[in-house]
Design a protein around this ligand. Sequence first.
Ligand code: FAD
Length: 464
Amino acid sequence: MSLNDLAIDVPRAAAGAAAAELRAALGDRVLLPGDAGFDAARTPWNTAVAQHPFAVALPASAEDVIDMVHAVALSGLRIAPQSTGHGAGALAGTDLRHTVLVSLRGLRGVEVDATARTARVLGGSLWNDVLEAAAPHGLTAPHGSAGDVSVVGYMLSGGLSFYARAHGLAVNAVRAVEVVTADGTLVRASEDEHPDLFWALRGGSGAFGVVVAMEIDLLPLADIFAGMLLWDATHAAEVSRAWAEWTKSAPETATTTLRILNLPPLPDLPPFLSGRSVVVIDGAIEDTDAAASALLEPLRALQPEIDTFARIPAPALIGVHMDPPEPTPSANHHAMLGDLPDAAVEAFVAAAATPGIFVQEMRHLGGAATRRPAGGGAIASLAGEYLVHAISMVPVPEALPAATAAVHAGVAALEPWRIDALALTFIEEPDADRSAAFGPAWARLRELKLAYDPANLFAAARPV
Ligand SMILES: Cc1cc2nc3c(=O)[nH]c(=O)nc-3n(C[C@H](O)[C@H](O)[C@H](O)COP(=O)(O)OP(=O)(O)OC[C@H]3O[C@@H](n4cnc5c(N)ncnc54)[C@H](O)[C@@H]3O)c2cc1C
């Protein structure tokens, strides 16, 4: 049982009083059930998850967040910080009936310091916001594969990007975190200020408070060699074997992913993809055009139907993985692998045909992603050489059990090569064993949770 599961029992009369107190303290900055806009405000990006919080608070400033933490603590309720709801699946095990969802979606903004190559990012900012602000200075950031994921939710749980093998996990680029803690104080945590809290936030994320701003290092890249190669899925076995072999000697400048996609016949999809199964290799190579092209030669020799690898402006990398631009209901599961021998490749390809699998994916780790830098936080690296990830769509709520079974089957096929580790940002299920993502840091993280949030005010996806 996690601390999140210890739902506070608020009797009906007390709940009425708590609602009145919240309204009195926060006015129209809080939405209660029945208020106009409540349903839209409680709906997460992952629309497969139905969230039923006690109320939704919508801060527009750090001062609003301070007011909210005071008001919610006084009313005996709990707080779940949320920026977009991309990680809502991992919060789904928490009873939100006595929890106020503090939705950071209105707290966005990015200031770039081009000389220092850093950005100060407000608590609910999206990766698209950062890329837009950084690009005019010839800078970019270690974003993931979707531009509408929040910077805080991604980075403070690790953050695996197409820059990971060259530059490490994104969380290591966090320089300072401005967070409202359980006593309602706005604290700046960095290497020199509240170093214990700084360590804990980098992995502990929303379990330690509501983050109102963060300072991050940017990458000095105006452009990048990146793209994708696509074949019909009839070539999946041959392409997957070749990619697995290629990754064994690929330099750390190359971070790539292999995917088999079973695409439904949807009008939103381009005609060349609609209703087809395809195998795709995508990613980024941080090198000269000549070196990157030479590196891709063995994969290009397999004559892909589409080849978009070329030098592109750095912000365009966010589109390479073709993640859905709109809120999407899905079920996900993942595992970390120590190795990818031929038998594992065969199992991966066969599992992609499991009914209900939408995407069967293998991300190449290793390189700087597996190295823990000095001064790193509770999460600073990933164990394993590969990450297998299965995604299934959940078009109607009744489809969730079948979708969950499909993604578990997709990952279970790789069981003989699984190692005892997890990647925190890929944990989408409420009952996953988070300790596996932290290793030896788990015990210290739990001690710090008790020290900083003794009443367990903060309910997080992936709770500590
Ligand atoms: C389409 C898609 C693509 C993805 N691609 C990648 C990828 O390439 N690499 C990768 O590593 N991960 C990826 N992820 C996973 C994603 O990074 C995590 O789910 C991440 O936690 C989402 O953060 P969010 O804030 O957008 O989501 P939310 O659900 O809003 O937040 C998740 C948790 O983060 C914490 N949090 C968020 N904002 C705050 C805040 N301001 N203060 C305190 N706590 C906060 C809370 O604990 C919250 O429960 C992807 C997910 C999806 C759905």
